[in-house]
Design a protein around this ligand. Structure first.
Ligand code: SAM
Ligand code: DTB
Ligand code: SF4
Length: 332
């Protein structure tokens, strides 16, 4: 079947909302000849964004390790022997000093992550102070603290939180192979609470966890069929961590990864698709293909939460070679 046919056939409008996707439609696009897929993804990208601008986010782990959850990929779960040292919630002033450095290095969004199942009441005052401080610096704020009920989400919104990251991680079908301590439905509940409180949603997943191609497609179909598309869609490539159940996982084939990015771009045309974890294991050429396929956000800095990231020098050099400019704050 040719690409144009899919262009017209794919996605059905329901009640004037964004198009709903069937698995079959999405799978057919994922499977297009690579050049057709990339051409189409780049066309959608150009209709919605400046193709030569990429948004820069900076991550900080505000509470590391000792997490009660059993996510099979994660260095921070207390159930795996990753050798990571657990630490307590960071002091607000230290977090804000790091945020200031990130701002000076060009990041427009500051993302703070905690290894919690969900935030505890006793931690909320500090978390609120962190959000307020990041906002005062003139950066967008993002947090990822685990599950939230509606009241917690509303409290974060009142503090001025712009984005909340909570990933579905994989397809509903494959999910139980990776995490048993919280369900796929729990994840969707948290996403609904975040959305209903008026905070923008950042939601994506991980590829390269031994899933099938159909799982990658289904994960994106779930995201694209949410009541609203997430504002940001982080696509992480598994960073295999020694001592975790996925420490020996086979790396994903790079072309499959690029296909995943392209499908995300096509199905969620106005979302920022983030080329997220795993860039240290990618060649410059693979990253360039991901940008061509519609990725337009990255994490900068030499650490993510606990794992390595390429760092400023490498990214500056890559951007120069590709003629890419950082996106301004709040710009498309
Ligand atoms: N504890 C919170 C939670 O899980 O909701 C927030 C932090 S958690 C580390 C954020 C996301 O990072 C996970 O949902 C997962 O998608 C991603 N992630 C964690 N470890 C990873 C790894 N080793 N490789 C790739 N992505 C990873
Ligand atoms: C997301 O999707 N990726 C980021 C962010 N959201 C919080 C985290 C990546 C973590 C990579 C592994 C680590 O640093 O421990
Ligand atoms: Fe805990 Fe989040 Fe890691 Fe899961 S991904 S073990 S919830 S820190």
């Amino acid at each position: 079947m040719n690409a144009d046919l899919h262009l017209n056939a794919a996605a059905t409008e329901i009640n004037g909302a964004h198009p709903q996707w069937s698995r079959a439609e999405a799978q057919a696009i994922y499977d297009l000849p690579f050049n057709d897929l990339l051409f189409r993804a780049q066309t959608v990208h150009r209709q919605n964004f400046d193709p030569n601008r990429v948004q820069l986010s900076r991550l900080l782990s505000i509470k590391t390790g000792g997490c009660p959850e059993d996510c099979g990929y994660c260095s921070q779960s207390s159930r795996h022997e990753s050798g990571l040292k657990a630490s307590k919630l960071m002091e607000v002033q230290r977090v804000l000093a790091e945020a200031k450095k990130a701002k000076d290095a060009g990041a427009t969004r500051y993302c703070m992550g905690a290894a919690w199942r969900s935030p505890k009441e006793r931690d909320m005052d500090a978390v609120v102070a962190m959000i307020e401080g990041v906002k005062e610096l003139g950066m967008e704020s993002c947090m990822t603290l685990g599950m939230l009920d509606l009241g917690q989400a509303q409290r974060l919104k009142e503090a001025g939180l712009d984005y909340y990251n909570h990933n579905i991680d994989t397809s509903e079908r494959y999910y139980n192979e990776i995490i048993t301590t919280r369900t796929f439905a729990d994840r969707l509940d948290t996403l609904a609470n975040v959305r209903d409180s008026g905070i923008k949603v950042c939601c994506g997943g991980i590829v390269g966890m031994g899933e099938e191609k159909a799982d990658r497609v289904d994960m994106l179909v779930t995201l694209a069929n949410l009541p609203e598309h997430p504002d940001s869609v982080p696509i992480n490539m598994l960073i295999p961590i020694e001592g975790t159940p996925l420490g020996e996982a086979e790396p994903i084939e790079p072309i499959e990864f690029v296909r995943t990015i392209a499908l995300a771009r096509i199905m969620m045309p106005k979302s920022h698709v983030r080329l997220s974890a795993g860039r240290t294991a990618m060649s410059d050429e693979m990253q360039a293909l991901c940008f061509f396929a519609g990725a337009n956000s990255i994490f900068v800095g030499d650490t993510l939460l606990t794992a390595e990231n390429p760092g400023e020098d490498k990214d500056t050099a890559l951007f120069r070679r590709l003629g890419i400019q950082p996106m301004e704050r709040g710009a498309q």
